[in-house]
Structures are given as C-alpha cells and as structure tokens.
Design a protein around this ligand. Structure first.
Ligand SMILES: [Zn+2]
Length: 87
C-alpha cells in the first residue's frame, strides 16, 4: 500500500535494504522521475521519497501533526536517485 510518509520502492528488487517487500509499490507509470523528467516505465526500478511542500508546513500550527494530504512522494529512477545523493 502506498504510504507517502515513508520511503517506498518499485520495479524488480535490487536486494538493497530499502527493498522491503512490505514497502513495494506499483510502478507509478503516470509520474515523471523528478531528476531526469522522464516518465517512469513499467519495467523501471526506483524509489518513492517522502516530501512535504514547505507551504503545507507553514499552514500547520507548531506542534500540530501534518495531515496525510500534506505528504507526497517524489519518484526517482534507481540510477537517478543514486546520482542525486552523490551531488
Ligand atoms: Zn530519472
């Protein structure tokens, strides 16, 4: 099940610790990779990284929990994510 508050993954497992079977999601083929801008394909591997729009944080009172709708996933190809964290 998709949970925007946690790191999830898609595609064939690459046996990394992140590839927890409990956190596998369907390939988000309607979404682009945020690094390269190319739409994800059904045979791609990649990661779904939690993100909160800074505006959503401003709208929540300090101490209050962010509502579920404030969270979204940013999708990366596996290779693009590795490049992103090296930069
Ligand atoms: Zn990419």
């Amino acid at each position: 099940m998709t949970d925007e508050r946690i790191v999830q993954w898609f595609g064939e497992s690459w046996e990394a610790p992140v590839c927890d079977p409990e956190q596998e999601i369907a390939v988000p083929v309607d979404r682009p990779c945020v690094r390269c801008g190319i739409y994800l394909l059904v045979d791609d591997q990649g990661l779904a990284i939690p993100y909160v729009d800074p505006l959503a944080r401003e709208l929540v009172r300090p101490g209050d929990e962010l509502p579920d709708v404030a969270w979204e996933h940013l999708y990366f190809h596996r290779g693009c994510f590795m490049e992103a964290i090296r930069d």
